[in-house]
Each structure stands twice: as structure tokens, then as C-alpha cells.
Design a protein around this ligand. Structure first.
Ligand SMILES: [Zn+2]
Length: 493
């Protein structure tokens, strides 16, 4: 019976492959875009767009910046092989550095990426590269393979639910986000850089900006790895290097293949670009809350807590996550008050709703800095080890519930017991002073004066740590580089 089904499965796939290749306008190649017509691409993009916005902090509200990016994107897209696609360019209100595209001409850059770019040519390079992924129909190809991969994922979701892991299946990101964060192949990257160089040069922009921006991305990547205490070689799954695996050599090769040399394209438009991003929010905004070393503080949610020394905090759109790099994690999120009330109170919510797949024990009521809280723990077998899951629900008021979840491999329990207790009892409202210190940082463009030293500039960087590294990454400088008087550079204030 099983074999029979497999055979039918193979026949269906074979039919799709045969019927599904389409010739590509930008590259002239045949490509496997099995599940997708051009019309379907538009539909998928339109369906996934709101989900991407939700997942990545929404559209950036700074109109000046958003309009600037959209106008440049549209100008570049007009010079591509698909000028009539209803192109959509969105700046995501996300401090991470990323750029990606969905089928149908939906292109995204984060404000974190915009802070890193130094001129209009570098931004043009990023947008053109993403346009290239759409015109070469890489996004459509990827969607087709994601469809196949997702069938497997669904099955896994059901299995892990049966195995008592509860929410694993439900925690899957939307198809759009899966697709957006999936890696392209190196050949697709080469093709996109080649097309990107072509579109940039069409507007007179210097295609070597693809290289200068890539170097900034590298410096930023090293900085992020250092911040997280990781091996600098490691590539984060959600970084731009995971989605766009490129090297400087391959970009140079792509620029050469584009055969655009000698066309007099040398525009960089640095002043114009710097004027647009001057004053732009940098890092986590007040709306998202801020990580300050081992402390998380959120003005709107009126919450503050700290994690143990060995943990690194990461603020995402849905939760605040911290990890010690050895399997122990801390997750902070909000529980919907309605869910707590509907469950019939905090205890029932904890035992029945929140952790239905887990038999909770050691349930006890706590008083955390004057707030009512309840906690319980259970053990799950995950990633080849027994892991203790402890949950804590805190009632700030009848409309606001905080939840903390610790996952601790059993063998690390004794070492982490006390530090995590400290984290639990650090949950409280921030003071006025703490809130003031958590205001958003901004990008400031300054002109180097005659008596300004490198040390002065580094000291003026208002980032929590790695001031020198941030200064150099933002301005594509190395420690020995001279600081020419009159040059405009970016600092963080
Ligand atoms: Zn790419």
C-alpha cells in the first residue's frame, strides 16, 4: 500500500516537473517554478505581505525614509525586465540587518540595514540585488521547493504534537517568513548580483557599491557574533548571510559578468543619502523595548527584568529570548488577559491552557515584587535530552499578564537554579530613570572637524558596548584609516 502511494506521488511530481519549467525573461534560462504562474506569484506575494509585516515589526513609520527607499526601488525596477510588475518596496521597522523578496515584486529592507549603508549607491545595490531575485524568478522557484518542504514540516508538526511537545507544530513561522529566510544558492546569488549591477548602472550608480556594502555587512556580522560571544565564523540563521550566501570574490565576478564597465556609472550620492537617514531610529526603538546588556526594559509594557551573566538577550517581535549557548533558554512574552480570564484564572491557565501537553508539578503561588504570580514545572524529552520547562505567570494588573518560560537541560539545573531565581524576582516595573535611559538611539551624521580625534568619535557612540566596532562598521573604516577633515560620518546618539 505504501509503495503504491509513493509511486503515485512520484508520478505527480514528475508531471509537475515536466509541465512546470518556464523560460525566464531576465536570464533566458529554463527554471522550475512548478507551483507558480506569474499570476500566482502576485497572489502569493499579496497574501504573504501582511504576515511579513507582522513578523518583522511592521512598516517603518518614518515617512521620509520609507518614501526615499520606495522611489529608488521603483526607479530601479523600471529599468528591469519586468517594469510593469506592481513592485512594492517596504522598509521594515526591524533593527536587524536584512533584505529579502517575495514573489510578485515584494521587496523588503530593514531600517537596521539602512543605518549601515553610507550612500544611495549602496542602497541601490541592495534593492537591485533583491529585484534580481524576483526577475530571475528565484523567489518563485523557492516557493515551489518550500511547498514541497512544507509537506514534510506539516507531518513533523503532527508527530511532535502526538509526542507531547505541544506547540511545536503551531509555532511554525508563516510560509512567507519561511520563504523569505530560506537560503538562495550561490549560483542564484551570482545571478542576482549580475542583474543587480545591470539595474544600478542603468541609473548611473557605481556598481562597486555592491562590494563596499558587502564589506560593511561583513564587519557588522563579526560585530554581532562578538556581541553574542560566538565564534565569528558562525552565521546566524536569520542573518543576511544565511539568506544571501555571497563572497566578495563572487560579487566581483558578477560585476564583470554584467559587462557594464566603461559606461561611466559613478554616482554614489552620499550627501543626499546621509541627509535622509540623519535622525533615523537606531537599534531597538522605545516601542519594541530595549536590551541594555543583561537587562530588558520596555516603556510601553512597563516591564523590566534581567538575565544571568552567561545569557545573551535577543528582542524579537513576538518574545524576548535569552540563551546561554548551552541549551538553556529564557523566554519572556505577554499572555492575553482574555485567555487567562477565559481559562478561569491564573492557575487553570497555567495548568490547562498554557501547558496542556505537560504535566505540571510543584505548582506554587509567588509574590514577585508585590505582584501575584504562579509557577509550575514539567519535563520534556527534546533534542536528545531531558529538559525542565518552568513557567511563571505574573499578574501586573487584571489586563496585563507577563509570562516567563525557562528551558533547562536537567544536567544544568543545579548550576542555573539560583541565577534563574534571580531573573524571576527581577521582574518589575521600571523606574523613571530607567525609562529615560531606554529612549531610542538615533543615527546622527556629523562632519569631521579639525580637532576631532578617532577616540572622541568612538567615545561619543551611545551604543551599550563594542563602540569602536560599531563606529568602524557604520562608516566602513579600519582603525588605521585617516579621518579626513570635512568628511561626513555616522555616529549613534
Ligand atoms: Zn541574494
Amino acid at each position: 500500500m505504501k509503495n503504491h502511494i509513493n509511486l503515485i506521488g512520484r508520478l505527480v511530481v514528475a508531471t509537475l516537473v515536466l509541465g512546470a519549467c518556464s523560460s525566464n525573461l531576465a536570464t533566458g534560462k529554463q527554471s522550475f517554478t512548478g507551483f507558480m504562474s506569474a499570476q500566482k506569484e502576485l497572489q502569493v506575494g499579496a497574501e504573504e505581505h501582511p504576515k511579513i509585516l507582522q513578523q518583522f515589526g511592521g512598516g517603518f513609520e518614518d515617512r521620509k525614509v520609507a518614501t526615499y527607499v520606495r522611489n529608488l526601488g521603483l526607479q530601479l525596477a523600471k529599468t528591469s525586465e519586468m517594469p510593469d510588475l506592481p513592485w512594492t518596496f517596504t522598509v521594515l521597522n526591524d533593527p536587524m540587518v536584512n533584505a529579502f523578496a517575495l514573489p510578485g515584486g515584494y521587496i523588503y529592507v530593514t531600517r537596521g540595514l539602512l543605518a549601515l549603508a553610507s550612500d544611495k549607491a549602496e542602497l541601490a545595490g541592495v534593492l537591485s540585488h533583491e529585484i534580481g531575485h524576483v526577475t530571475a524568478r528565484h523567489t518563485a522557484q523557492r516557493y515551489s521547493s518550500t511547498m514541497i518542504a512544507n509537506i514534510g514540516v506539516q507531518v513533523m508538526g503532527v508527530l511532535s504534537q502526538v509526542a507531547g511537545l505541544g506547540r511545536v507544530g503551531g509555532d511554525l513561522a508563516s510560509l512567507g517568513a519561511n520563504m523569505a529566510l530560506k537560503s538562495y544558492s550561490r549560483d542564484q546569488e551570482l545571478e542576482s548580483d549580475m542583474l543587480g549591477a545591470r539595474y544600478m548602472v542603468n541609473l548611473g550608480y557605481d556598481s562597486s557599491a555592491l562590494i563596499s556594502f558587502f564589506e560593511k555587512l561583513r564587519a557588522h556580522q563579526t560585530l554581532e557574533a562578538k556581541k553574542a560571544g560566538k565564534d565569528t565564523a558562525a552565521v546566524d540563521q536569520t542573518s543576511i548571510f544565511a539568506t544571501h550566501p555571497r563572497t566578495a570574490d563572487r560579487i566581483t565576478q558578477a560585476i564583470n559578468l554584467a559587462k557594464t564597465k566603461g559606461k561611466g556609472a559613478s554616482r554614489r550620492d552620499a550627501d543626499e543619502y546621509l541627509n535622509v537617514i540623519n535622525g533615523m531610529v537606531f537599534g531597538e526603538g522605545a516601542k519594541e523595548g530595549r536590551v541594555q546588556g543583561k537587562v530588558f526594559i520596555h516603556a510601553a509594557l512597563k516591564v523590566r527584568f534581567e538575565v544571568p551573566e552567561q545569557f545573551t538577550l535577543n528582542n524579537t517581535s513576538k518574545a524576548v529570548l535569552a540563551s546561554d549557548g548551552q541549551g538553556a533558554t529564557i523566554e519572556f512574552s505577554m499572555a492575553a488577559a482574555k485567555d487567562v480570564h477565559d481559562a478561569g484564572g491564573m492557575k487553570k491557565f497555567l495548568v490547562e491552557k498554557w501547558a496542556s501537553s505537560l504535566s505540571q508539578k510543584n505548582i506554587e503561588w509567588l509574590n514577585i515584587n508585590g505582584l501575584r504570580a504562579i509557577t509550575g514545572e514539567g519535563i520534556v524529552w527534546t533534542r536528545g535530552a531531558n529538559v525542565i520547562v518552568r513557567r511563571i505567570l505574573v499578574e501586573r494588573d487584571k489586563n496585563t499578564y507577563w509570562q516567563l518560560k525557562f528551558e533547562i537541560p536537567t544536567k544544568r539545573q543545579s548550576a542555573l537554579n539560583e541565577p534563574l531565581r534571580t531573573t524571576t524576582y527581577s521582574l518589575r516595573e521600571p523606574t523613571a530613570n530607567e525609562l529615560a535611559s531606554a529612549q531610542s538611539l538615533r543615527v546622527r551624521v556629523v562632519t569631521i572637524g579639525p580637532n576631532v580625534t578617532y577616540d572622541d568619535l568612538v567615545k561619543s557612540m551611545a551604543v551599550d558596548n563594542l563602540k569602536a566596532e560599531w563606529f568602524m562598521a557604520l562608516n566602513n573604516l579600519k582603525p588605521a584609516d585617516p579621518l579626513p577633515i570635512g568628511r561626513r560620518i555616522k555616529i549613534i546618539k
